[in-house]
Design a binder for this molecule. Structure first.
Ligand code: MSP
Length: 529
């Protein structure tokens, strides 16, 4: 079996319904997965939910339901949202599934049998919202008087728990060497630098990988220690290998692992870039078997504020798609476009309804929608709804060459941007060609060519419309990963039927592949309200 291009998302905590931050990670991973499929690669996109731990146990208790019933309910909110947002995942793993629990327990047993685990009493601090342990040395303010989490700034709880530990510091020299040898392991560069400088200081000696059952009952039982459940991060990180057959199905594992990209948010960088490689290293994986890339994106705020329940400013993707954008037939794609276009992937962004509606109007309705609408209605009116052919006689090098060149170069530009996971740059390249095509319509004024006036008359008219149809064809292909439904709608309007969209068809422009195609049913893509 050839190896799939393996993309993962974090597993989302199911203590509450999904918000914009979760949807951002998911849309980004989906966009990447669709892009690699567009290139003809076999892709495996894994997503799922992180269902154990103290935070979820508390949320279940607050709702008055047993944890399993509670998480079963919240998981549906996530699945429903991924459907609404056109997420094309290949597998959805829940950490409460037996296929995952088995692997976690097997890993624990193996580490224990190899005498890698250490039994001791932990004294330190715990952040329940982040489900993260902090030692005094890791707290910038020290441990007093009332320390807050370095990650989320919420109050920490002092804990003293006996349990099982995995050595961290013992693996530190290896991890430092690995990072040096793999300068592209963590992206963007700022995040790589952050971890490289973290590793210049000694790591905590150990990572506690269990919680006492009397404090946290909702977790995977530790097979060799009756009184403990597995610490939620040790449990959750292992999903990336449990989902693809680790320890169970060698052929399946090698058809997927190592992961090509772990898409995560910057808040969980340390867990993925320090704990995760160390866990894998402890399990005996070699440098070649480490994940290939960890990409940490930025954080969405609302205006200048962090989103939080107490501020009541949490952006609900359902509300944006179903209410704010209710007049839009492709509302989910508008939302996807905004998130991927407005902020360079890796940086923080500020969400506002005005910014979203502004992009909808300027980029989508006035530029993209207008190009498709004007071009296809002229083909309908002047060519009986059949895409005309380009003729040598009708060509104008002065006007046609720059647009044709830009269209020809577009897939290459998108490819360069996507190979660096620069969604905003890829979209910018697409939208620049769209604008250029709109200017071309103004310059060539096809409506003046209808009665044989101007240079070349009808031959020129046909050439102009044929070139524009081709631009739209390439735009539809390159937009597929970002706005799958809009891309499909344009495809149908162009009369492409069920022929697949492939990136290769956007790069090779020989002959006149669209000539003679009958346009499909037309509709306005982004209606104004
Ligand atoms: N359960 C852990 C991940 C375990 S992975 C083995 C977790 N879950 S989470 O639900 O809190 O977060 C999941 C993803 O949502 C993370 O990538 C996180 O960065 C992202 N976001 C949560 N809030 C966010 C914003 N406000 N903005 C952008 N993304 C953020 O962490």
């Amino acid at each position: 079996m050839p190896k799939a291009y393996y993309i993962t998302t974090p597993l989302y905590y199911v203590n509450a319904s999904p918000h914009i931050g979760h949807s951002y990670t998911e849309i980004a991973a989906d966009c990447l997965a669709r892009y690699h499929r567009l290139k003809g690669e076999t892709v495996f996109l894994l997503t799922g939910t992180d269902e154990h731990g103290q935070k979820i146990e508390q949320a279940a208790a607050a709702s008055g339901r047993p944890p399993q019933a509670f998480v079963d309910g919240v998981v549906e909110r996530f699945k429903e949202l991924w459907k609404l947002l056109n997420i094309s995942y290949d597998d959805f793993l829940r950490t409460t599934e037996p296929r995952h629990v088995r692997v976690v327990q097997a890993c624990l047993t193996r580490l224990q049998q190899e005498k890698q685990l250490h039994h001791a009493t932990y004294q330190g601090w715990y952040c329940t919202p982040c489900e993260t342990f902090w030692t005094k040395e890791e707290l910038p303010s020290g441990a007093s008087p009332a320390p807050v989490c370095p990650n989320c700034a919420r109050p920490l709880e002092a804990v003293e728990e006996e349990g099982w530990y995995l050595p961290l510091r013992a693996h530190q020299p290896w991890l430092q060497g690995f990072l040096k040898a793999h300068p592209a392991f963590i992206q963007p560069q700022t995040r790589y630098n952050e971890i490289a400088s973290l590793l210049e200081q000694p790591l905590p000696e150990y990572l506690c990988i269990t919680r006492p059952r009397r404090r946290v009952g909702w977790g995977i039982p530790v097979p060799f220690s009756e009184g403990h459940v597995t610490y939620v991060w040790f449990d959750a990180l292992l999903n990336y290998i449990s989902a693809v057959g680790y320890g169970m199905d060698e052929a399946r594992l090698s058809a997927h692992w190592p992961a090509d990209v772990h898409v995560i948010g910057k808040d969980i960088l340390r867990h993925h870039a320090v704990y995760w490689p160390i866990i894998l290293h402890a399990l005996g994986l070699s440098d070649e078997q480490m994940p290939r890339l960890i990409f940490a994106h930025g954080w969405w705020k609302v205006g200048e504020q962090k989103m939080s329940k107490s501020l009541g400013n949490i952006v609900d993707p359902y509300a944006v798609v179903r209410e704010l954008l209710k007049s839009q037939p492709y509302a989910a794609d508008v939302y996807r476009y905004f998130l991927l276009r407005d902020v360079p992937f890796g940086q923080d962004g500020a969400f506002s309804e005005e910014a979203l509606l502004g992009r909808l109007e300027a980029d989508l309705a006035n530029d993209l929608g207008n190009l498709v609408n004007r071009t296809l209605s002229m083909i309908e009116r002047y060519c009986g709804g059949k895409i005309p052919s380009t003729t040598q006689l009708g060509r104008s090098a002065q006007y046609d060459d720059p647009l044709q060149q830009a269209t020809h170069d577009l897939a290459k530009q998108v490819d360069t941007a996507m190979s660096r996971i620069e969604f905003a740059n890829a979209l910018d390249a697409i939208m620049r060609v769209v604008s250029q095509a709109n200017q071309y319509i103004e310059l060539t004024a096809p409506w003046k060519l209808t009665k044989g006036q101007g240079d070349g008359g009808v031959q020129r008219l046909h050439t102009v419309l044929s070139i524009l149809a081709h631009v739209i064809h390439v735009v539809a292909i390159t937009l597929e990963s970002f706005m799958p439904s809009v891309s499909e709608a344009i495809w149908q309007q162009l009369g492409m039927g069920d022929s697949p969209r492939r990136l290769a068809d956007a790069t090779s422009w020989t002959g006149d592949p669209l000539a003679g195609k009958t346009l499909g049913k037309r509709e306005v893509l982004f209606p104004k309200t």
